[in-house]
Structures are given as structure tokens and as C-alpha cells.
Design a protein around this ligand. Structure first.
Ligand code: BYC
Length: 313
């Protein structure tokens, strides 16, 4: 008992001293479980996040836009792979992690349960969804678990390009015909509130935050990150002449932040519980992709078995 207490103290001292925790280091069970939970949800979000954008590959307005969109979606697949590998370093298997998603047991970001109805939604996803993601992920580059922190460095570089390409789409549309401008405004109207929900419940209702901050898994709270996102994004919207759909939005001179309206937490809870506009469609698409890919996994396993047999002979 005393031994565990000592180990916990040493562990916390290491975290407080900004040393990274590596896979073979001793760590409290709760730290391991919390990381498996967060990193696997993050990995699933990257992979499910390919679906709303994939919907527009065949309908991108020109070859340049199509090439950029394809590259972006491939980046998301890569992010999923780094993160699934990071989860494996904590002693879980990739199969179990993926099965949890396919069986509907694991969570992934609420945002990917909304539909992409027009081309402007691809701009809004890049600008707002990747914008919110990067705001959260920059702090994760300094997270205490080494493999997660290192994966995030590369992911952030790519997310930053994604955010810019989305903003550029919105900027071009907002300078286009009245119909294009209207399409951009409509996309902002529909994606604004779900993007704010990406940061998670308010600090007062976030069960994992306090412990995650103590362990330096998280470095900033859900509400702090959401506020920084609002402050930056409102100004970006102004530059391209779009209006953020929040009548309560107002610059507050004393706090030097924007005040904003209340998020619809009932909607958030419904989407997280599996009842968003596209939850069922997303899980069905992932299950189909997994089933269709069975032959690839079988071929890879057969090749590995054959190689091992040859080596043993
Ligand atoms: N959606 O105590 P809390 C991307 C859950 S994808 C669904 O605050 P935590 C991209 C939460 O999991 C980037 N569930 O939790 C890809 C917890 O549930 P459990 C996605 C949510 O972990 C393709 C419960 O609510 N980014 O970039 O301390 C195309 C209580 O919450 C959500 C990440 O995954 C949500 N929005 O904080 C384009 C970043 N929010 O596990 C772009 C890594 C909360 O108790 N993750 N929940 O059942 C994190 O930083 C943290 O997990 C969160 C939540 C800030 C999201």
C-alpha cells in the first residue's frame, strides 16, 4: 500500500516537473484508463470525421478543390493511425479499440454527427471544426504522456493547414455572387453552435477535467479553450463579412473577451447519446468500411504468418 503511495508521489512529482511519462514507466491505473478513454475517442473522431467531408469529394467544384479535399481527408486518416498507435502503447489492442467504436460503445466528437449539405459546409468544417480542434490540440502537444504529445505535434501542423483552407473557401464564397454569400452564411449559421460544443461540457459539468488537469493531460479547461476560440473566430468572420449567429455576442471591454449566448446542452447531450442527425449513418458507414476491408486484414495476417514460418525454418 505504502509502495503504491510512494509511486504515486513520484509519478506526480515527475508530472509537476514537466517530465514526460513514457509507456514503460509506472503510472496510476486511473491515469492509464483516462488516457485510453481520451486518446481512443480522439482517434475515432479523426476517422469518423472523414465521413462528412468524404461526402463532397465527387462534387468538389474544381480539380484544385478536389485535390486539396482529398489530401485533407487522407491527413485525418493518418491522424487516426498515429492516435490508435498511441492507445496501443497503453496496453490495449487495436482490435478492441476499433470494436468499441463499431459496436457503438465508444464516443467520438459530437460534431461529426451533423450533415454537410452544401459546398460551403466544407469551408465551414475546415474553418470552424478544424479551428476548434487545433485550439484544443495545441495544448495537447504539451500533454504529459509522451506518445500522445509527440503525435499531436505533427497533427497540429496539418490541422493548421486544414483550418486555413476552410477559411479560404469561406472567404472566396463570401466575395462571390449573392447566392454564394448566402450559402457561406447559412453554413456558418448551422456549424457555429455545434463547433462550440466540440470543447465539451462547461467546466462545472466536466467530470474528468480536474483530475486531467492535475495529471497535465489537459492544460486548459473546456471553457477557457471555447472562449479563446470565440474571441478569434468572431474577428475572422468580421474580416470576410459574415455574421456569427449569436444575438447575445458582444465585446466586453472589462474582460477583454466576447460575451456570448448559452449553448443548447440538451442538443449536445442528445447527439452524444447517439441521437444526432447522422449518428446511425456514421456508424453504419464505419461498419461497412470495416467489413469491406476484411480481406485486406486477412491478407496482411497471412503474409505475416508466412514470413514468420519462413524465418523459423
Ligand atoms: N463530443 O469531462 P469531459 C478533428 C464527453 S477531431 C462527444 O469534459 P474530457 C477532425 C467526454 O468524452 C478532433 N463527447 O471530458 C477530424 C466524456 O465522456 P466519457 C477531436 C464529448 O475528456 C476530422 C464526457 O463528455 N478532438 O480534429 O476531459 C475532420 C464528459 O466530458 C464531447 C479531440 O478528441 C464532444 N464534443 O474533455 C476535421 C481532442 N465533449 O468518456 C477535424 C481530445 C465531451 O466520460 N479530447 N464529451 O463517457 C479532448 O481534449 C477531451 O476529451 C475533450 C473532453 C475536451 C473533448
Amino acid at each position: 500500500m505504502t509502495d503504491v503511495k510512494n509511486l504515486e508521489e513520484l509519478f506526480q512529482a515527475k508530472v509537476d516537473g514537466e517530465l514526460k511519462i513514457e509507456p514503460k514507466d509506472w503510472m496510476p491505473d486511473g491515469y492509464r484508463k483516462n488516457l485510453v478513454r481520451q486518446i481512443s475517442q480522439h482517434a475515432h473522431s479523426e476517422v469518423v470525421g472523414m465521413l462528412p467531408e468524404g461526402n463532397w469529394i465527387t462534387r468538389a467544384p474544381n480539380l484544385r478543390r478536389k485535390a486539396i479535399l482529398l489530401a485533407k481527408i487522407q491527413d485525418e486518416a493518418g491522424h487516426g493511425l498515429y492516435l490508435y498507435s498511441a492507445v496501443e502503447t497503453l496496453g490495449t489492442t487495436r482490435e478492441k479499440t476499433v470494436d468499441d467504436l463499431l459496436g457503438g460503445k465508444a464516443k467520438y466528437s459530437s460534431i461529426f454527427n451533423y450533415p454537410t449539405l452544401t459546398w460551403a459546409d466544407i469551408g465551414a468544417v475546415g474553418w470552424l471544426v478544424d479551428g476548434a480542434a487545433i485550439m484544443n490540440q495545441v495544448m495537447l502537444c504539451r500533454t504529459s504522456y509522451g506518445p500522445y504529445a509527440r503525435a499531436m505535434v505533427r497533427i497540429c501542423k496539418e490541422e493548421s493547414f486544414h483550418q486555413r483552407q476552410g477559411y479560404e473557401i469561406m472567404s472566396v464564397l463570401s466575395k462571390g455572387t449573392p447566392e454564394q454569400r448566402e450559402m457561406a452564411q447559412d453554413a456558418l449559421n448551422r456549424w457555429w453552435w455545434p463547433s462550440l460544443m466540440m470543447f465539451g461540457p462547461s467546466d462545472a459539468n466536466s467530470p474528468h477535467s480536474a483530475q486531467s488537469m492535475k495529471w497535465k493531460i489537459k492544460r486548459q479547461s473546456n471553457d477557457e479553450l471555447r472562449q479563446t476560440f470565440i474571441d478569434r473566430t468572431v474577428q475572422q468572420a468580421e474580416v470576410i463579412g459574415l455574421k456569427v449567429p449569436d444575438p447575445k455576442l458582444k465585446w466586453n471591454e472589462s474582460t477583454q473577451h466576447y460575451d456570448s449566448g448559452e449553448i443548447d446542452w440538451t442538443e449536445f447531450n442528445n447527439v452524444v447519446a447517439g441521437n444526432g442527425p447522422c449518428n446511425k449513418e456514421r456508424l453504419a458507414a464505419r461498419n461497412k468500411a470495416h467489413d469491406d476491408g476484411a480481406w485486406v486484414r486477412e491478407a496482411a495476417m497471412a503474409y505475416a504468418a508466412k514470413k514468420a514460418k519462413r524465418k523459423a525454418a
